[in-house]
Design a protein around this ligand. Structure first.
Ligand code: ADP
Length: 461
């Protein structure tokens, strides 16, 4: 409202002042020119009719008094000796007048000045002898004319302007009040809708399509809302999954322990077998908890990364070295293709965990015998690329979109026997995303799977 008001009022004030001022300037300069012209005519006549010597010429006196009457002015005629030989006020006749203006005029400079406070224009006009060779200046006319009437007109103009301005200000005020109300309304609507949503009266999304801008805001807000909802859903799902996953080994242990308890004279072999099973379940519980802790660590802010320059070739070699015994047991061949030496700014611990998970999966979900896992490393000027390809069982197409979810396993029973928590890929993805990287998966059932990872060489905070 204030902006609209200022935009209306300031230009109006400026325009009013400019108009009044230019009227005044123009009126004054016109008056000056007229008087100067008339004075020039009179000054020529003065010389011709010998007025400088004898001031009794009735024609000249008549003209001079007419000029002074019309413009409410006063005319002094000064001769070469600076003596006032004519004064229309008859006050200073016979006196001497030696002022700057008069001297300047004798030296050939006409002067004209406007006295704003006393409201008159004063000017000098030379009286020169046309007979003499160099048009010698033989006298000066000092003319002052009143500008009261110009000022009166200016005041009137100003008054009218102020009146119009006043009306304009009132109109602008009303207009800006209405306009700002109309403009702001949709935004108030948005606020109200959001508040209603917060209070729980609305549960879907908000819609204020009044302006394109409000539509964009509400769209962005709805997107954010959807994301919050998804996050909330996934949090709830995660909590229920965690409880379920942690309860499963406990339930198995309980069954095993109870069955031992209710039986009498249990043979020692059965005790040992059940205890082995219980121990396995404890291991499983342990690995779930370890993975959960890793995941929680990954979920923290990126500022928790311990960034240093790391040789990725060495890092991958170490990962493969650690996993070689497991691969050996499953008769899976591990191959590392390093196309160039790569140094990058990364958190070595987190990336090691991420790549270990990928390679471990590639070994775990490989074919029963004669399988291979190929890890390759390459880089360009911006990113380094790691791919982990295997000759394994592959992932069904409908599962490809879910494998990065927490606790998701393609084949629960199968995975269980292979061993796994369903958290590995979630951990891997978090670690890569923390490095502002990306991970993609390509897979064909019964042929193999390829995970490809892209990470910036320089860490972007
Ligand atoms: P898990 O602990 O079960 O391995 P992950 O999160 O690491 O959990 O993997 C999720 C699921 O994705 C696995 O259960 C498996 O079904 C599938 N998967 C992951 N990697 C591969 C792979 N290389 N080949 C086939 N399936 C895979």
């Amino acid at each position: 409202m204030v902006i609209v008001m200022l935009m209306g009022i300031i230009p109006s004030i400026v325009v009013e002042n400019v108009i009044v001022q230019s009227y005044e300037d123009r009126a004054l300069s016109q008056r000056t020119i007229i008087i100067q012209n008339q004075s020039n005519i009179i000054s020529n006549q003065l010389v011709q009719l010998g007025y400088m010597e004898d001031q009794s010429n009735a024609v000249i006196n008549g003209e001079i008094s007419m000029l002074t009457n019309i413009y409410e002015g006063r005319i002094l005629i000064i001769n070469r000796d600076y003596e006032v030989i004519k004064d229309t006020y008859e006050l200073d006749r016979g006196k001497y007048l030696i002022s700057k203006e008069v001297i300047n005029c004798f030296n050939g400079q006409d002067t004209s000045q406007y006295d704003k406070r006393n409201q008159y224009i004063e000017m000098t006009v030379p009286i020169s002898d046309p007979e003499s060779a160099d048009k010698e200046i033989i006298g000066v006319m000092l003319i002052s004319v009143s500008t009261v009437e110009i000022n009166d007109s200016k005041d009137m103009l100003e008054q009218r302007g102020t009146m119009i301005l006043g009306i304009l200000v009132i109109l602008i005020l009303v207009f800006s009040y209405i306009l700002s109300g109309i403009l702001v309304k949709p935004f108030q609507k948005i606020t109200r809708s959001i508040e209603e949503l917060t209070d729980g009266y609305l549960d879907e999304s908000i819609s204020v399509p009044d302006y394109l801008e409000t539509e964009l805001i509400t769209d962005a807000f709805n997107k954010m809302l959807a994301r919050v909802k998804t996050l909330d859903d996934s949090r709830q799902e995660f909590v229920s999954n965690v409880s379920h996953e942690l309860k499963t080994p406990l339930a198995s242990m309980k069954v095993l322990a109870d069955s031992l308890n209710v039986q009498e004279n249990v043979p020692i072999e059965q005790y040992q077998e059940f205890m082995r099973d219980i121990s396995e379940e404890i291991d499983r519980e342990n690995s779930i908890i370890t993975d959960l802790l890793s995941l929680v660590k990954m979920d923290k802010k990126a500022s928790d990364l311990n960034i240093e320059t790391v040789n990725i070739n060495d890092l991958l070699e170490l990962v493969l070295k650690r996993l070689r015994p497991i691969a050996g047991k499953k008769q899976v061949e591990l191959i590392l293709d390093s196309f160039r030496p790569v140094n990058a700014e990364v958190d070595a611990t987190k990336l090691t965990l991420a790549f270990s998970n990928l390679v471990e999966n590639a070994i775990k979900y490989n074919r029963p015998e004669g399988g291979w896992v190929r890890v390759s490393l390459n880089a360009d000027h911006k990113y380094f690329y790691v791919t982990v390809a295997d000759s394994g069982i592959g992932i069904p197409e409908e599962s490809l979109n879910h494998i990065f979810e927490r606790f998701y396993r393609v084949d629960k029973s199968h995975s269980r026997e292979i061993g796994g928590t369903g958290l590995g890929l979630a951990i891997t993805r978090s670690a890569i995303v923390m490095h502002r990287g990306a991970i993609r998966v390509y897979s064909k059932e019964n042929e193999g799977t390829t995970f490809s990872v892209r990470i910036p060489l320089v860490y972007i905070a």
